[in-house]
Design a protein around this ligand. Structure first.
Ligand code: ZN
Length: 83
């Protein structure tokens, strides 16, 4: 059995709690980024008329439902927002 004082025990409990909170925060952030990237894969923005629409196909070129222009799928939604 490990001999410890009450303040050391409390410090260990608080440290474990904070480590758990940090681990949960890191995991939730990873899940959030992954789901955001997955959803962004289906979003397309037309380079001609600026219409934003979703396309769930796997085609490289996606036809705009408004003007009919063929648009390249953007792999990262953040790249699109910076244009
Ligand atoms: Zn268009």
């Amino acid at each position: 059995m490990i001999q410890t004082t009450f303040p050391e025990f409390l410090a260990a409990i608080v440290t474990l709690f904070l480590a758990g909170v940090f681990a949960l925060w890191v995991l939730s952030e990873m899940v959030r980024r992954n789901s955001s990237k997955h959803a962004a894969r289906h979003r397309v923005s037309c380079g001609l008329c600026g219409t934003h629409f979703e396309d769930t196909s796997t085609a490289e070129l996606v036809e705009c439902p408004r003007c009919g222009r063929l648009n390249e799928r953007v792999s990262d939604w953040h790249d699109l927002m910076e244009r």
